[in-house]
Design a protein around this ligand. Structure first.
Ligand code: FE2
Ligand code: FE2
Length: 277
């Protein structure tokens, strides 16, 4: 039997008054809570994937210090899952405690291929740079536009994700200095496999997540967090470009990759042109 969602807290922790309070004071409709259940569940899936990625990467780490650091990163992702789960309980909506959407499994599969190839640069690019950048955009949005409780929680998680990105940037800068051509090739390999999957999730349409959460897929609207898909996709694109830039990749290498994102849909061509320059 498949587990659906979490509702395992003791009854005394399952306070619906927090939700009622938010609905009262911050005028949040039920549709808002459905949206947060959807986003939060997908975030938990990303966190589960991150734990697996960091753990699988440990044997490839070149020294004990970086092995310890990767395990610590994985441990921090476990805390994010628990924090998001407790948010769902406080606000009385379901949160998935397993990966549902297929994109996460696809990214995991590519990551495992990189591990099998002993391609540490691709692993770091997939997890520390690409996934963390998207996590930062997600938690930043929730921090900005969520209710006060969600927003405070997102801000705490965001701090960890920003630190994870910094760790990744340092690691990649080191590898780039040693072997620029090899790392550029790892970026190309990872980009074409992982970025379409990550970008396809900047969306409110899903494969089966809404069904599992018992919510109406068509009723989800990012208007409930004062945002829209185009805006979010542009923010995600900007963040990705900034990450590649900060990692020290040559614009000659990154420009064609950014251009290729036009085929992922939903990103205005004008914006892509500007990002690639
Ligand atoms: Fe996380
Ligand atoms: Fe992280």
């Amino acid at each position: 039997m498949t587990e659906t969602a979490t509702h395992t807290a003791p009854a005394d922790l399952r306070s619906t008054s927090r939700r009622a309070e938010l609905q009262d004071k911050e005028a949040k409709p039920d549709s808002y809570f459905n949206l947060i259940a959807y986003i939060g569940s997908n975030a938990i899936a990303g966190e589960i994937m991150a734990i697996e990625n960091y753990s699988e990467m440990v044997p490839l780490m070149p020294d004990t210090e970086s092995k310890i650091e990767a395990v610590k990163q994985a441990h921090e992702e476990t805390k994010h899952i628990l924090m998001l789960g407790s948010l769902g309980r406080r606000h009385d909506y379901n949160m998935m405690r397993e990966i549902v959407e297929p994109q996460w499994f696809n990214i995991r599969r590519h990551f495992s291929t990189a591990v099998a190839n002993k391609d540490l640069a691709s692993c770091l690019i997939i997890q520390d740079l690409m996934t963390e950048t998207m996590a930062i955009v997600l938690y930043r949005t929730l921090g900005r536009e969520g209710d006060s409780d969600t927003s405070a929680l997102a801000a705490r998680i965001l701090e960890d994700e920003l630190e994870h990105l910094e760790i990744g940037l340092k690691r990649i800068q080191g590898l780039l200095a040693e072997d620029p051509e090899g790392v550029n090739e790892s970026l190309r390999w990872a980009h074409h496999r992982v970025m379409p999957e990550l970008f396809s999730m900047v969306s409110t349409s899903c494969h089966s997540l809404c069904d599992r959460l018992n919510i109406d897929c068509g009723s989800l609207s990012l208007g409930d967090i004062k945002s829209d898909i185009d805006e979010l996709r542009i923010e995600a694109l900007d963040a990705y470009v900034e990450t590649l830039d900060r990692a020290g990749f040559d614009p000659e290498v990154t420009a064609p990759l950014i251009e290729s994102m036009q085929s992922y849909g939903g990103i205005p061509t004008v914006k892509l042109g500007a990002a690639a320059n």
